[in-house]
Design a protein around this ligand. Structure first.
Ligand code: FES
Length: 167
């Protein structure tokens, strides 16, 4: 529970402390500049995704229109607007990764996880997604697992990553 329900105290004390640390990094009156790190904090506290009520509360907290928070949250693939698995597998299928075998990466993960792109495993552990270039083209094919990048992917590497998550 990260929302208090009280308008004057939108978030719990612990969450407010984290948000305020970021707001303090910007000049007075520029609280909205902290929207991205604040969304990261709130997403981490909301089981990996951002309910509308949380984005609305952040808009009020930062003194910005809710639509502006939605614009940021919907633009970046690092933010999720619906429930996701405990771990997020973001496979890049853009040009460098495509030319270096991202299709095989996707096929292997779909087969091992028994899901299609955009789906979450039955146990709620892993959400598999296709994303645009993640800026690590020299390590193609690559994917991001939560906050970590994995490059030069092979079937063996994928199996090791999956086994590591299971254990
Ligand atoms: S094309 Fe995959 S990281 Fe750039």
């Amino acid at each position: 529970m990260i929302l208090t329900g009280a308008k004057e105290q939108l978030f719990t004390t612990e969450i407010r402390q984290q948000l305020d640390e970021w707001v303090a990094k910007y000049p007075a009156g520029q609280s909205q500049s902290a929207v991205i790190p604040c969304l990261h904090i709130l997403q981490a506290e909301s089981e990996g995704w951002l309910p509308e009520s949380v984005m609305d509360a952040l808009a009020e907290y930062l003194g910005m229109p809710a639509i502006s928070v939605y614009e940021v949250a919907t633009f970046y693939t690092m933010f999720d607007l619906k429930p996701v698995g405990k771990h997020k597998f973001n496979v890049c299928t853009n040009i460098s990764c495509m030319l270096n075998g991202s299709e095989q990466v996707v096929e292997h993960l779909e087969s091992r996880l028994n899901v299609k792109l955009g789906e979450t495993t039955d146990d709620g552990e892993i959400t598999l997604r296709e994303v645009e270039c993640l800026g690590a083209c020299c390590g193609a094919p690559m994917m991001q697992v939560d906050r970590d990048y994995h490059e030069y992917l092979t079937v063996d590497k994928l199996d090791a990553i999956l086994d590591g998550i299971k254990s």
